[in-house]
Design a protein around this ligand. Structure first.
Ligand code: B12
Length: 390
């Protein structure tokens, strides 16, 4: 199913996480720097601006990055960077380096204090983008050591997912831990796909909020995909949209497609297998924005598929060409606050009747808090999970 022969020729890119601290909206510097890192073959998980130290540390652990790059202009850099270092160490992830910059707001004297507190490197105004990218590639791309088995479960799981991705990149052997083979499958798996810009990530984030609120013990895993060319960098930016999913009961992993067409990565199936053996009640997979021909969910592990569409798909005839409309269990028309929504819903409903199988259609406005359409979608997903969970 996966193009392993092709995948075996690529190498795992250097992987870092970048973010802007709480009470700081200066994101234009980090946006520019992210692009430069990507151009230099680095995979960048971008968490966004106005982020708590705890959110940054949780994300860095789950994403198993080599380093965290923080761009700080709000004047609180000495305490904030130190807090990130402290939390990493407290959680057994002191091997993740912390670096960053903030133009003239971080003075050389501040940087000395920060380095004494465990920060690896501060870049000052005037440093070239290429010099920073070179530094990252040189210092944060070393192969990471296995975490001791007694470490926190997120730490161990995150590194196992890295081992799986590395194996597909031809950098290691894929060894299934014994406990994995023995344990039964625990999770319901839901696959989300649809064209870019339909609002998949926002919709998933709103659904996660409902899982967290209605199921106080539930744990959720998200495997989120962004496109990348084989052996090159990628911007893994879905976390920047995820607000509710910054939560201790949510384990999120951003994956680059690393050259594979169709919406998923060569390593997705194996990572999914691993996640379904962990203690998650739900595993959500989000594909990259897909085209008309995409049928990304062929895995037997996926229990339910959701196609998320935008009402602006063009002429009615276009619907005949979208193959996911034939196979999706649930079709969501998101952004139904747009003018064309009523017509789109009626056209899609008509299109689905041709399939002569049970498919649900739901209208949502995911960007709206407490949207009744998202409530309905949540009910559809959880209603079937009660009987279908394997
Ligand atoms: C652009 C800008 C804005 C834009 C921000 C747009 C955006 N979306 O980012 C706007 C106009 C919105 C803005 C608003 C404000 N700003 Co302003 N802003 C700036 C400005 C002019 C440039 C910052 C910048 O983007 N630099 C571009 C980067 C690429 O270059 P650099 O800063 O030199 O950084 C180098 C390195 O440090 C490194 N680097 C930086 N980050 C990172 C991260 C990593 C991982 C790495 C590896 C390297 C790295 O990259 C560069 C290499 O050469 C600075 C002044 C200045 N000249 O620095 C003020 C400045 C940061 N702003 C300031 C202030 C006060 C504000 C406001 C509070 C103003 C107000 N009262 O409303 C608001 C707050 C907004 C908010 N929500 O947080 C102050 C901060 C003072 C302080 N902390 O003590 C500054 C210093 C201006 C000043 N002299 O007073 N701002």
């Amino acid at each position: 199913m996966f193009n392993v022969r092709f995948a075996a020729r690529m190498a795992s890119p250097v992987r870092i996480l970048t973010a802007v601290p709480i009470c700081d909206g200066h994101d234009s510097a980090i946006n520019t720097i992210n692009l430069e890192f990507i151009r230099h073959g680095i995979e960048v998980v971008y968490l966004g601006f106005h982020r708590y130290a705890g959110d940054i540390v949780r994300a860095a652990i789950q994403e198993d990055v080599g380093a965290i790059g923080i761009s700080s202009y709000n004047g609180g850099h000495i305490d904030f960077f130190a807090e990130v270092v402290r939390q990493l160490r407290r959680q057994g992830a002191g091997d993740i380096a912390v670096f960053g910059g903030g133009g003239g707001t971080i003075t050389p004297d501040d940087a000395k204090i920060m380095q004494r507190q465990g920060v690896d490197q501060i870049f000052f105004a005037g440093t070239s983008l290429a010099a920073m990218a070179d530094y990252v590639r040189k210092h944060y791309g070393k192969p990471r050591k296995k975490r001791p088995a007694k470490s926190r479960s997120d730490l161990v799981l995150a590194r196992e997912l890295t081992a799986i991705e590395d194996a597909y990149a031809g950098q290691g052997r894929l060894k299934q831990p014994k406990s994995q083979k023995a344990s039964a499958r625990n999770s319901k798996v839901i696959g989300f796909t649809g064209p870019g810009g339909a609002g998949k990530t926002t919709l998933i984030d709103e659904l996660v909020l409902r899982f967290l609120q209605n199921e106080p013990q539930a744990r959720i895993a998200i495997l989120s995909h962004d496109p990348s060319v084989i052996g090159e960098g990628a911007l893994l930016g879905d976390r920047a949209t995820m607000i509710n999913s910054q939560h201790d009961r949510v384990f999120m992993r951003s994956m680059a497609t690393r050259g594979q067409a169709g919406g998923l990565s060569p390593a997705t199936e194996s990572c999914l297998t691993r996640l379904t053996k962990a203690d998650f009640d739900y595993v959500i997979i989000e594909t990259v924005g897909t085209g008309q021909e995409a049928l990304p969910f062929r895995s037997k592990l996926i229990d339910q598929t959701v196609l998320v569409m935008n009402p602006d798909y063009g002429a009615r005839l276009q619907l005949q060409k979208i193959v996911m409309l034939d196979v999706a269990d649930i079709v969501v028309v998101n952004k139904t606050d747009l003018d064309r929504a009523k017509a789109a819903l009626s056209e899609i409903e008509h299109r689905l009747t041709q399939n002569k199988r049970k498919q649900e259609l739901v209208a949502t406005v995911a960007k709206r808090h407490r949207d009744p359409g998202v409530d309905e979608l949540y009910e559809m997903i959880t209603a079937s999970s009660k009987g279908d969970k394997k």
